[in-house]
Design a protein around this ligand. Structure first.
Ligand code: PHE
Length: 372
């Protein structure tokens, strides 16, 4: 009996180690331990034995089963490992290949300029405010002291939008004031800020603005940087000092000639435009002081003025108590002047060669960083 079992065991273990894949191994398992397997068949003969023989044979068969199961498991683990090694060898990548070049982005000159402007004004104690690009006539014109039918409204080449559905913002106003439009300047945010904050106010407003105009110096969408300062004793001297300091730092020219020219905006009184000096010698254009007075000329860079008392009133502030100044500049224009970019339209063409040429590295700091 034992000799028979030993022969059976040798035979089964042999076929286990001869199985070359998981399929063959499974066939071997079924042939030994399956329902009609050889070991199972022996188990079913136990019933006919005497109790002693039954005990002895039962124990022997159980040991055999355990040994076969262990051999099956070991062989299965080995075969799986071998299969894995074959896959790894077949699927390996050649890491010595040079990688494909990854396209690298760059910072658009508009973003760079805005970051520089914000860095300078932040040093002077300004914080950043923002407002909606879709506005109503009240915030864009009426509150800013543009009388109804005033020609300055027409000058703005406004994009009007369909009326707001009932219940939406703007509907608490009457008639014209409710008309929706794309803001034509960031001065709209002056109104929001004065309505919602208590002075002292010192904010700058970077943002997109829209006018229906398109040629070499105008695009329907462009960017402005607005400034607003409101306090009890703010005067024109503060305006002048703040803007001269800003221009010197933005253009990185310490000895920068500047001048204020009288101008008109409905929302400021008095109003002015600020010019910076440039050197036009040898047919060029360089920002700064020229060595001979014939080469010295002026470039307009921004509009500014003392906030009109009507605007303060329209925004809920008492002009007897508060006053302040505002200014606004075109970011594209400032960028073209600083970085020598000749055509405004190229800013929005998404030409990668242009961006590679004029763009800034991701890790570039604004050039106008704080002097410690
Ligand atoms: N909003 C004016 C414009 O777009 C600029 C400006 C702002 C002028 C603030 C004076 C004060 O032309």
């Amino acid at each position: 009996m034992t000799a028979d079992l030993n022969a059976l065991k040798t035979d089964i273990l042999h076929s286990i180690s001869a199985a070359n894949d998981i399929g063959q191994l499974e066939e071997t398992r079924v042939a030994a331990l399956g329902k009609k397997g050889r070991v199972t068949a022996l188990m079913s003969t136990l019933g006919a034995l005497t109790p002693d023989a039954k005990k002895e044979m039962g124990q022997a068969l159980n040991i055999l089963k355990t040994e076969i199961s262990a051999a099956l498991d070991a062989r299965a683990a080995l075969l799986k490992d071998q299969a894995l090694q074959v896959r790894i060898a077949a699927e390996s990548v050649d890491i010595t290949l040079t990688p494909r070049p990854q396209p690298q982005g760059s910072i658009h000159p508009i973003s760079q300029s805005m970051a520089e402007m914000m860095a300078i004004f932040a040093d002077m104690g300004f914080s950043v405010a923002e407002g909606p690009e879709i506005e109503d006539d009240f915030h864009n014109f009426t509150a800013l002291n543009f009388p109804p039918a005033h020609p300055a409204r027409a000058m703005h080449d406004t994009f009007y939008l369909p009326d707001a559905p009932p219940g939406e913002a703007g509907n608490n106003k009457s008639g014209e004031d409710r008309k929706r439009l794309l803001r034509t300047h960031t001065s709209t945010v002056q109104v929001h800020v004065m309505q919602n904050r208590k002075p002292p106010i010192r904010v700058i407003v970077p943002g997109r603005t829209f006018r229906s105009d398109y040629d070499q110096t105008h695009t329907p969408m462009f960017h402005q940087m607005e400034g607003l300062v409101i306090d009890k004793a703010t005067h024109m001297g503060h305006l002048k000092g703040c803007l001269i300091e800003f221009c010197k730092r933005f253009f990185e020219v310490d000895d920068l000639p500047t001048r204020l020219r009288p101008s008109f905006f409905p929302f400021t009184e008095p109003s002015a435009e600020m010019d910076i000096g440039c050197d036009r010698s040898n047919g060029g254009l360089k920002i700064g002081r020229a060595t001979d007075s014939l080469s010295q000329s002026w470039l307009e860079v921004l509009g500014c003025g003392m906030v009109h008392p009507n605007v303060l009133k329209n925004c809920g502030l008492d002009p007897e108590e508060y006053q302040g100044f505002a200014f606004g500049m075109g970011v594209e224009r400032m960028t073209m002047l600083k970085y020598g970019i000749p055509d405004l339209r190229t800013f929005f063409e998404s030409d990668l060669r242009w961006l590679r040429h004029y763009g800034f590295g991701v890790l570039d700091q604004p050039t106008a960083v704080t002097a410690v």
